[in-house]
Design a protein around this ligand. Sequence first.
Ligand code: NAD
Length: 355
Amino acid sequence: MRDFIYTGQANRVVFGAGSLAHLEREVDLIGAQRVLLLCTPEQQLLAEEIAQRLGKRVAGVYAKAVMHVPVETANAALQEAERLQADCTVAVGGGSTTGLAKAIALQSALPILAIPTTYAGSEMTPIWGVTENGLKKTGRDARVLPRTVIYDPELTLSLPIGLSVTSGMNAIAHAAEGLYAQDSNPVMDLMAEEGIRALAAAIPALRDHPNDIDARSNALYGAWLCGTVLGNVGMALHHKLCHTLGGTLNLPHAEVHTVVLPHAIAYNAAAVPNAMQRIARALRSEDAARGLYQLAKDNGAPYALRDIGMQEKDIDRIAQIAVQNPYWNPRPVNAEAEVALRALLQRAWQGAPPA
Ligand code: NAD
């Protein structure tokens, strides 16, 4: 048994189809009386319905959450929270909306109640991110970890099937890298393997029956586990590559994760055989990297970077950036690794199976 440190993070999770019905109780438990609801413009209707449910507990609805949390959006939302004397934010939506609540909390320490409607997992992490002048700054701060999370699979029924699959793959990426994190621990290993297992079973089921509430519940359960792993241990090469591709080339978040994951896992495979065994077992596949590639491909997700907007000429630049200030990785990412990373990106760009 290896040595480890495990720090439990305190937040409350309420899970189940129809659990939105407990929202009033959960707001009262936080002690909030002036809730600011946050959402994207696309999910305003849902937020308005939730506002009606909360009645006099609502101070306002702010429907301007957008991708990557621009600093201007974060500042405007904070001003609105102050103007309305909000004492809590309720974030209804995906990682972009939760991200806005976190940016507010970072400045004001307002407690967050998150109601996730994708599988991104931000609601289980103390990680914040704000974009200024095209650069995304991220950090960890206990104040931004949502106090309460309501996981209601019924709210994910409207998630388009394409985004459901890529969002699920995005969640799997957190667990897969968590299994070989420098600061991994046995508790997160259990959650990671179970999270991958739940999502790997749910994705094909959802593809066939997007309205199957059991499959939706399984996927959200997997997303919770995988998000918890992301919130507890460090990420490695895969997340570095995705942040570089997303940040530098503005490629779509969940799709980038989906395409890159099998290749990053193949890059690390020989260095971390135990993690590979767990991933493969959870996928019910002979091989971790090929199992992930097949899961995406078989379920209609993109599997080539060229199909999601990357140009071949950008491969060199991304490989160069990825070796500068790399995250810790089980297989070193140093100057010599640039050639191997270029080959990895070339395969991912073409949509070839992982090496
Ligand atoms: P998103 O929040 O950007 O949502 C994408 C679109 O889908 C939005 O228009 C949204 O309104 C819509 N949508 C969400 N749920 C829906 C539903 N159930 N039905 C219909 N439409 C729905 O996408 P995302 O993938 O959830 O989040 C991505 C962002 O989250 C990225 O910026 C990423 O960096 C961040 N993120 C942060 C963390 C963290 O720990 N800080 C973790 C994961 C992701």
